[in-house]
Design a protein around this ligand. Structure first.
Ligand SMILES: NC(=O)c1ccc[n+]([C@@H]2O[C@H](COP(=O)([O-])OP(=O)(O)OC[C@H]3O[C@@H](n4cnc5c(N)ncnc54)[C@H](O)[C@@H]3O)[C@@H](O)[C@H]2O)c1
Length: 447
């Protein structure tokens, strides 16, 4: 495999089939996440994006999104079975393909779309293994098309504020990072209810979930991971832990969308969205500790706990001039039966004087007092998703026509970023098996 030079995603003006600057989209994988994109094409971005086609293995979910798209005005999409993805690309000729299918399918769909001359927006993680990394790298190079990876966390206000502090040189040269991510039991259990529980489908949480976090660190510090050592296991969910009880049961029938998308669709493909997190067969970890070495000589200690009583994260970046700390509480307290979604009150239920929802960014330069950096409270996935959609769905327009202005924080993630983010998890998975430090270069895709 070869070394890579990477081009940033282009912002070339593009015209849609009707001669306007409205681009035509195909969405591959019409489950939960597809809704974000379909709704954006019906709402804020309807003037620049038209949904031309949908593709999935499951006809019920396809019909659900097709009907919804027509009703909301996103478009009148043609529906294709996933076996006919080549035919869809030949017939519909979309400008952009959005890949929102399960992680293990990303590499093949991304490569196929690029080879058919479409640009691609792929959900994180870019892919789940070294083979997928190489497939996507080769397809991007040979096609010359543009690839965007939907790393939405970069767009959350507190994460952007931390990038700004580091970019301004306030901590000097970064020498180490300490990063702890906590997923609460409402959200964490959800990874054990469906395909994510199978490492061959999701790459495990070190790829599926932590690729968000590894991308943030690569971006915050503008560094490149070189070596990974990981330890972890299934310590909380899974059959050895016994019965989690009714608190962990998910009632698909109680939620109209979950019912339509999953319960009513299960008879065609057997996809069960509400498996028991404490049932047999889970091959992923719920508790992970990782040590990462970077090209600059910096290092990171990272941990992921998928069974915490509260949800959020703590990160500290130590530099030659000082230290910056970001503490974020996304949800103060798990609520039973939630499928990982944020609560309607924005996660405020269960908050108290001891644990308050929100973020706190504190900078302390050597010999100086600690100062709190003000944060915009539009936080979490929601804030990130809205800003990310604006960036990626309008990127073909000049700023004067409503396109995004040049982003001084360079939040838009491309091929290089996607590869570097999953490289840590893929190498970490190897380390979990071998018990050894794994050089990222051993994956065979030079970063
Ligand atoms: N950035 C984020 O915050 C975020 C949040 C949620 C999901 N995601 C990502 O979005 C993707 C989809 O997740 P989801 O929660 O919507 O999952 P989901 O299970 O709800 O939906 C996946 C869909 O893909 C379909 N599918 C299965 N195999 C396929 C194939 N070979 N070709 C085409 N379609 C196929 C399924 O039938 C299903 O409709 C994942 O990669 C996930 O990591 C990202």
């Amino acid at each position: 495999m070869t070394s890579a030079t990477f081009a940033a995603p282009a912002t070339e003006p593009s015209t849609g089939s009707d001669g306007t600057t409205r681009r035509r989209y195909a969405v591959v994988g019409t489950g939960h996440r597809a809704r974000l994109y379909v709704d954006a094409m019906a709402g804020e971005h309807a003037d620049v994006a038209e949904l031309a086609a949908l593709c999935d293995t499951n006809p019920t979910r396809l019909a659900f999104h097709a009907e919804r798209a027509r009703r909301t005005g996103a478009g009148a999409p043609a529906a294709y079975d996933a076996h006919d993805v080549d035919r869809m690309l030949d017939e519909v000729r979309p400008d952009v393909v959005v890949v929102t299918s399960p992680d293990r399918t990303h590499a093949a769909h991304v490569a196929t779309a690029l080879h058919h001359g479409a640009d691609v927006i792929v959900e994180k993680p870019l892919t789940i293994d070294a083979e997928g990394m190489y497939t996507i790298l080769a397809a991007t190079r040979s096609s010359g098309r543009h690839l965007t990876v939907a790393h939405n966390y970069r767009y959350a206000a507190h994460n952007a504020a931390l990038r700004q502090v580091v970019a301004d040189g306030r901590v000097g040269d970064v020498v180490s990072v300490h990063f702890e991510w906590l997923v609460d039991t409402a959200h964490g259990a959800d990874y054990f209810r469906r395909w994510h529980r199978d490492k061959a489908a999701s790459g495990g949480l070190l790829v599926h979930k932590a690729s968000h976090h590894f991308d943030l660190v690569n971006w915050w510090t503008q560094d490149v991971p070189e070596s990974v050592y990981a330890r972890g296991g299934l310590r909380f969910y899974g059959e050895a832990a016994g019965d989690g009880g009714a608190r962990y049961a998910l009632d698909l029938a109680a939620d109209p969308e979950l019912r339509s998308l999953y319960l009513d669709a299960a008879h065609t493909d057997g996809y069960r969205r509400d498996q028991d997190p404490f049932g047999p067969g889970a091959t992923i970890e719920d508790t992970l500790s990782v040590l990462v070495g970077y090209r600059s000589g910096a290092s990171m200690t990272y941990s992921l706990t998928a069974h915490s009583p509260w949800e959020g994260y703590r990160v500290a970046i130590n530099g030659t001039r000082g230290r910056v700390e970001l503490d974020v509480v996304e949800r103060c307290h798990s609520t039973e039966g939630l499928p990982g979604a944020r609560t309607d009150d924005g996660g405020a239920s269960g908050c108290c004087d001891v644990r308050r929802r929100g973020g706190r960014l504190v900078l302390q330069e050597h010999w100086g007092q600690a100062v709190e950096v003000p944060l915009d409270e539009a936080t979490g996935h929601a804030g990130g998703d809205v800003a990310m959609l604006r960036d990626v769905l309008r990127d073909h327009l000049p700023a004067s026509a409503g396109g995004p202005a040049t982003d001084p924080l360079a939040r838009r993630a491309g091929l290089e970023d996607g590869l570097r983010a999953v490289a840590v998890g893929v190498a970490g998975n190897r380390s979990l098996v071998t018990g050894q430090v794994v050089p990222v270069a051993s994956l065979g895709v030079e970063l």
